[in-house]
Design a protein around this ligand. Structure first.
Ligand code: NAP
Length: 295
């Protein structure tokens, strides 16, 4: 039995389709099973929450492999970014050790470091450390920015494209190698199928798309794909931060964008390996323009 967290997300939904097609027995730890769509009848469901560690114990019963994709780039009422990403992963690792799990697969992120300016990438660094220091055989996947047509980022930008001028948080100069969620899912499937090498049981791969884009370049690509190329208006970071913090204070969890999310787009996420790690797993990541249909 494989336990999947984050099954309703960008990467998780792409991975779940592949797992159920391959007839892998899957249990999904979810807050709301309805969000699994048609897949919910093909899997076991464990109701749970990253902020609720007792829910991990039931979810892990009889599980040999954990794929932990669940994460949050904004604070939630039940837990902060640090709790949902750092502490929850540490607790899930401990529960997995107790439950006799054999393989723990974790998605970190390029740029995860205890010294990163963003809360999310600091929490990911601590989570990654918990996985590495555990007794579990592990695979760590660290992607650059991951996208899928219709995801949160492309939807927000698509909405902004109705304006005559689209605001750009900061100068948009941070660099990314965007990788399609389906390509990440293919890499995860390959990592799950990899025979265990007794001399090197653990694996860490950096997943990047074939092209380096600035954030500004990504925004322009998404607007072009929506058929609404627009002039961009850089908004100084101080102003973005104050505006988004006020919006969050007024709107709470319904705020369309938070400062923590916007700040992530200020931090470059590139790998000097380029697409090499993905290719070693047998996956050739597609270009952003090809996936968005503008190539
Ligand atoms: N997207 C990127 O650019 C990117 C880049 C680098 C690394 N990663 C990492 O890759 C993994 C998957 O990313 P993604 O883009 O697919 O994520 P995503 O689309 O944001 O989905 C997040 C998933 O986590 C679940 N989740 C959030 N809060 C939860 C909670 N309190 N309890 C239980 N589940 C919760 C969500 O479930 P609900 O349906 O209940 O909300 C959803 O399934 C994450 O670990 C992420 O940090 C992503």
């Amino acid at each position: 039995m494989l336990l999947l967290t984050g099954a309703t997300g960008r990467i998780g939904s792409a991975l779940l389709r592949r797992l159920t097609t391959a007839r892998v027995p899957v249990r999904c730890l979810v807050r709301d099973p309805k969000r699994l769509g048609a897949e919910r009848v093909r899997v076991q469901i464990a109701l749970g929450d990253l902020a609720d560690p007792p829910s991990f114990r039931n979810a892990l019963r009889g599980v040999t492999t954990v794929v932990h994709l669940g994460a949050s780039i904004r604070d939630q009422p039940a837990g902060s970014i640090e709790e949902l990403n750092g502490i929850a992963t540490w607790r899930l690792v401990q529960a997995a050790e107790r439950a006799g799990v054999e393989h723990f697969v974790f998605t970190s992120a390029l740029g995860a470091s205890a010294h990163n300016r963003t809360r999310f990438l600091r929490a990911k660094a601590l989570a990654e450390q918990a996985v590495v220091e555990s007794s579990l055989r592990h695979t760590i996947v660290a992607p650059s920015i991951v996208y899928a047509p219709g995801d949160h980022l492309t939807t927000v930008l698509g909405r902004l494209a109705w304006l005559p001028v689209v605001p750009l948080s900061g100068r948009g100069h941070a660099q990314f190698q965007p990788i399609w969620a389906d390509d990440v899912a293919d890499c995860l499937m390959a990592a799950l199928d990899r025979p265990v090498d007794p001399d090197a049981p653990n694996l860490r791969v950096e997943l990047a798309g074939p092209d380096v884009h600035t954030y500004e370049g990504i925004v322009r690509a998404v607007l072009a794909a929506a058929g609404r190329p627009r002039r961009l208006l850089p908004v100084p970071l101080g102003l973005t931060s104050r505006g988004l913090r006020v919006a969050e204070a007024l709107m709470g969890t319904t705020a369309p964008v938070t400062w923590d999310e916007a700040e992530l787009l200020e931090v470059s996420m590139t790998s000097r390996h380029g697409t090499a790690d993905a290719e070693r797993l047998g996956v050739t990541p597609k270009r952003l323009a090809a996936v968005l249909g503008t190539a």
